[in-house]
Design a protein around this ligand. Sequence first.
Ligand SMILES: Nc1nc2c(c(=O)[nH]1)N[C@H]1C(S)=C(S)[C@@H](COP(=O)(O)OP(=O)(O)OC[C@H]3O[C@@H](n4cnc5c(N)ncnc54)[C@H](O)[C@@H]3O)O[C@H]1N2
Ligand code: MOO
Length: 406
Amino acid sequence: MAKVPPIPLEEAQARLLDLAGPLPTEHVDIEGSVGRYLAEPLLARRTQPAADLSAMDGYAVAADDFAGPWQVVGESAAGHPYSGEVRKGQAIQVSTGALLPAGAASVILQEDLARKDHEITLTGEAPMPAHKHIRPCGLDFRQGSEVIASGSLIGPADAALAIAAGHKHLPVCRKPRVTVIDSGDELSSDPEACAPHQIPASNGAMLLAMARKLPVNAERSGPVADTLDALINAFDMANHADVIVTSGGASVGEHDLVRPALEAWGASLDFWRVAIKPGKPILVARRERRTGPQIVIGLPGNPVSSFVTAYHFMLPLLRRMLGARYALPMRIATRLGAPIRANGGRREFVRGIWNGEFVVPHTLQDSGALSALAASNVLIDRPARAPEGAEGDEVRVFLLQNGGIA
Ligand SMILES: Nc1nc2c(c(=O)[nH]1)N[C@H]1C(S)=C(S)[C@@H](COP(=O)(O)OP(=O)(O)OC[C@H]3O[C@@H](n4cnc5c(N)ncnc54)[C@H](O)[C@@H]3O)O[C@H]1N2
Ligand code: MOO
């Protein structure tokens, strides 16, 4: 068959992300929103702090009243404000987070004072500047201001911020429905009963686990036999899915039937083959449905190729449907802890082990070697035709753990 030239990774990712947009918005309670992406900018419904607060435990005094001694005339505790006003020569005992009493301009730390009955005297330093221990009204945010940008990943701090800003619910995109299909006659669904001509169907579980790191409704089907009918039937069964992910049968062999099956099913191929290693035979197709489009990502069967292409295509597509501002994975710069060989003509994602300081390429880079993939915690991004690298050279890596998704 005619050779189809592979396209660059960025172009392929842009084409894939163009095929889909964020799914419709729904409102969920804040605890249930963590791990999802904010679908609209979030505006504060209140000002925080809503009034000037004391930032420390101590005594509030009037403006320019630092000589003392002062008469302690009352207390403002967190949740129990003082109702009167402070005058010169007076002090109000304040606790951290308590409302600053009317007339107060400074808080003197209790460590800098000596108290005897109702009188306090300065033994240490007066605050400098005078308002040092005061958290002014609106320091954090003001009513009506944007506190979280649209497309942000809602993490623990965002959940706290949304609640502090007066919200009970947040708008998020509905969860994409994902079906992962293992395909291949050699696949056994029972890893405990696998003949020598068979191989346990392991990609589906891996891809499902990767998808489920995101807030999606994902399920698995197969293994599906290498026939057009079996594949078309599996696609029909996934008619409810927004995203269908297959693994295997993406290459050029006569049993590689994913492309013809997709075409027979009514999907149109957007691209096939990307200039990356591993993962070159990846394909992407789209099918129109009454209830919205379906995107099919056909991943190569080699387990490491499946993993790498799921990382660079499946997860970004799901993040895009979830409304994420940054759908693509991000790299960090680090240094080599061992030499790395010169690269060939395809951009390569070398499995490596990073200790937070240096990265060492795994010695086994076969695209079927799950043992090397599982032992690795980064993908080293090697540009096409990169020269060999020496220990200490800078390289870019994609994190698979420690905050990275894999
Ligand atoms: N003549 C050519 N042959 C191949 C080319 C090529 O350009 N010309 N490309 C190679 C590359 S690159 C890759 S990657 C593989 C991918 O091919 P397929 O997507 O068609 O994958 P399969 O042939 O179905 O399987 C490859 C390998 O992976 C195992 N596999 C498949 N599915 C699973 C699964 N669900 N769980 C575990 N393991 C699975 C399968 O048994 C094979 O060993 O093609 C090259 N060939
Ligand atoms: O590109 Mo394949 O994915 O070499 O293994």
